[in-house]
Write a protein that binds this ligand. Structure first.
Ligand SMILES: Cc1cc2nc3c(=O)[nH]c(=O)nc-3n(C[C@H](O)[C@H](O)[C@H](O)COP(=O)(O)OP(=O)(O)OC[C@H]3O[C@@H](n4cnc5c(N)ncnc54)[C@H](O)[C@@H]3O)c2cc1C
Length: 610
């Protein structure tokens, strides 16, 4: 049992305590509180509240928020990696009541992703037929009529297309239709069952107001009249309090004034739910003595349960934004991303008036979830063959893309040598990288940095599929009507004699122009470029995987931590396998499913399964 030095809140007993208040926690706690307002629920979140913060509800502010590394983000620095030529990738995560959906891109995984969770990893109730109804329940899809089964129309989260299509996106879709004829353009690329088609991307933005639509505002802040639902911000959970193998509460402390105040205890009579996200959850478990014996011993933490899977299985998607110079008539967000407040003011004024204009955009309005065709597969043979045969070519995996690719109407790098101006980028990330990493605490002291290895590009299959994505991105990008050249400093360093040299300035290539031919040396330059430039897509998952204990699982299909009573984990850390999409939809699915499970386990009425 862990005891706190000054248990000043020990007399306060909650029914359920959430350790962490991000996307999934807001959804689970919100649903339970709504179903039974008499439940005493406590959410302890280490970051600040986000209610109404203009910097966050105004969509196009996201780049500035990320670049400034505000209090609302945690930064996780990976070990130097030989696969990245010694680089130490940095992975930000949210540090506030559900800030994470920052870029607001709405994509959803393949049905087979969740079917794998159920069948391959043995988690009954987690297949697509269980999670799709919950994803429908969570949303109000404002983006026109699509298949009636894919989307919801009365849920808390608002999903919409940008009001006016940015001309860069329009041109991207025109080029796609003309240049990549075998891949069609469809109305909805997020209906779970098919891929390899281009289409518009909606955003987590309410089209009536132009405001970002997130779980904190629509599951928690809308219940402020419920005094039994308490959200304690700027307090960090240190560990779970255990009595034998029973979780009975949490030990936590205030983060005010830059340091910890004396430790406090809050007791839970029915359940503790760890929801600190992919970095926070394994850290809370390990500090509680739940983790791999060797990790705990090294960190000087007395082991309670030997669960070597805690902190392992770290997955992400790795992204590159390939930049191009844009013509003056291109609609881009560059001024909003890199401009002074004075330059941003007119956009803000327009947004404040009626929620429209470039401030209501995220600049990422279309994409393709892309699989290589026969000809493209031949290009990345033989390095990709094993990965293709053992994963993507499986009969029930034909809905899985290898990469997701689409235009961003801006330069989003941080190279200070890039002059102000107009740019667009083609972003691409691997939907199911073969590489994985891990994260472990190194001390019982929560202020001691963890040992994190992101694992990016450790598996060579990832390098060749990125190489294929680069070539595709470049062929599309240089044909856009608004292309004025490659932004040379943002491209691979090809030899001067190479015909693959980026060109700046330049005019758009004709649709029928021959594809750029790359030599072996050029391919090596592309690989080096990826080792130097690949970054997190902010889609960290997997470190408390929902798998059987003997397969290094951490929680079972009811989200119970193996070997402990009264303790569940409910956030993206439970994902046993990757999901080929931006990750918020999975956080939603997990949040909604956790509410159903907890309601069933505790006999709470009124949480429906669809
Ligand atoms: C910058 C950024 C942009 C993103 N953009 C998109 C996007 O456009 N589209 C999309 O689909 N997905 C996006 N994502 C991903 C998506 O938002 C996340 O995958 C999702 O929010 C994860 O939800 P979660 O509940 O698992 O964890 P989180 O939302 O990260 O919640 C975990 C919370 O726990 C708190 N916490 C951690 N440790 C402790 C502790 N010890 N005590 C108390 N609190 C603790 C953290 O502060 C955090 O608020 C983005 C993520 C980031 C970081």
């Amino acid at each position: 049992m862990h005891t706190a030095q000054q248990p000043t809140e020990s007399e306060v007993v909650y029914d359920i305590i959430f350790a962490g208040g991000g996307a999934s926690a807001c959804i689970t706690a919100g649903r339970l509180a709504e179903a039974d307002p008499s439940l005493k629920i406590l959410i302890v979140e280490s970051g600040p509240h986000t209610k109404g913060l203009e910097d966050y509800v105004q969509p196009a502010r996201y780049f500035g928020n990320l670049a400034l590394v505000k209090e609302t983000f945690n930064i996780h620095i990976s070990r130097p990696s030989p696969s990245l030529l010694g680089r130490t990738p940095i992975v930000p995560t949210g540090h506030a009541t559900d800030i994470d959906i920052l870029v607001m891109v709405y994509t959803r995984g393949a049905a087979s992703d969740y079917d794998d969770w159920e069948i391959e990893y043995g988690n009954k109730g987690w297949g697509s037929k269980h999670l799709i109804p919950l994803l429908r329940k969570a949303e109000t899809y404002q983006s026109g009529t699509t298949g009636p089964t894919a989307h919801g129309h009365s849920g808390p989260l608002k999903i919409s297309f940008a009001p006016d299509l940015i001309n860069v996106t329009e041109s991207f879709l025109e080029v796609a239709a003309a240049f990549d004829k075998e891949r069609s353009i469809v109305d909805d690329i997020n209906a779970f069952s098919e891929c390899d088609k281009y289409g518009r991307l909606p955003r987590y933005v309410d089209d009536k107001t132009g405001r970002r639509s997130d779980a904190a505002h629509h599951y928690i802040y809308n219940q402020e009249n419920n005094k039994n639902l308490k959200v304690l911000d700027r307090h960090r959970v240190i560990r779970v309090v255990l009595e034998g193998d029973q979780a009975v509460g949490i030990e936590y402390a205030s983060e005010q004034n830059g340091g910890f105040t004396p430790l406090l205890i809050a007791r839970a009579s029915r359940l503790v739910v760890v929801a600190g996200g992919t970095f926070g959850s394994p850290a809370i478990l390990e500090r509680s003595g739940i983790g791999g014996k060797h990790v705990l011993e090294k960190a000087g933490i007395p082991p309670v349960v030997d669960l070597p899977g805690v902190g392992e299985n770290y997955m992400d998607h790795n992204v590159v934004f390939l930049p191009f110079v844009a013509t003056e008539d291109a609609d881009t967000l560059d001024q909003l991303f890199r401009g002074s407040e004075e330059e941003i003011k007119p956009y803000e004024t327009q947004w404040l008036k009626d929620g429209t204009g470039l401030m209501s955009h995220n600049g990422l309005d279309s994409a393709i979830k892309m699989r290589p065709n026969e000809e493209e597969l031949a290009e990345i043979f033989p390095e990709f063959d094993y990965r293709w045969q053992t994963y993507f070519a499986k009969a029930d995996h034909h809905d899985k893309p290898v990469a997701i690719l689409g235009p961003l109407a801006a330069y989003c790098g941080v190279n200070p040598d890039v002059p102000r101006g107009k740019y667009f980028s083609i972003a691409y990330f691997l939907a199911y990288p073969a590489s994985a990493g891990n994260i472990h605490v190194t001390s019982a002291d929560p202020n001691t940095p963890s040992d994190f290895h992101a694992g990016f590009l450790d598996d060579p299959a990832d390098l060749v599929s990125l190489r294929w994505s680069y070539k595709k991105a470049r062929e599309l990008g240089r044909r856009l009507k608004y292309y004025a050249g490659d932004l040379v400093v943002g491209h691979p360093a090809f030899k001067e004699t190479s015909s693959a040299q980026p060109i700046q300035p330049a005019s758009p290539a004709a649709i029928s122009a021959p594809k750029i031919v790359y030599s072996k040396e050029d391919d090596d330059a592309i690989d080096e470029y990826h080792r130097r430039n690949v970054e997190t897509t902010w889609h960290s998952i997997g470190t408390c995987a929902m798998k059987p204990r003997e397969q290094r699982g951490v929680v079972d299909e009811r989200l119970n931590v193996h070997g402990i009573q009264g303790l569940k984990v409910a956030d993206c850390s439970i994902a046993p396998g990757n999901v080929g999409a931006n990750m918020y939809s999975t956080a939603i699915a997990i949040g909604e499913k956790a509410a159903v499970i907890i309601a069933q386990d505790l006999g709470i009425q009124g949480v429906t399964e669809q």
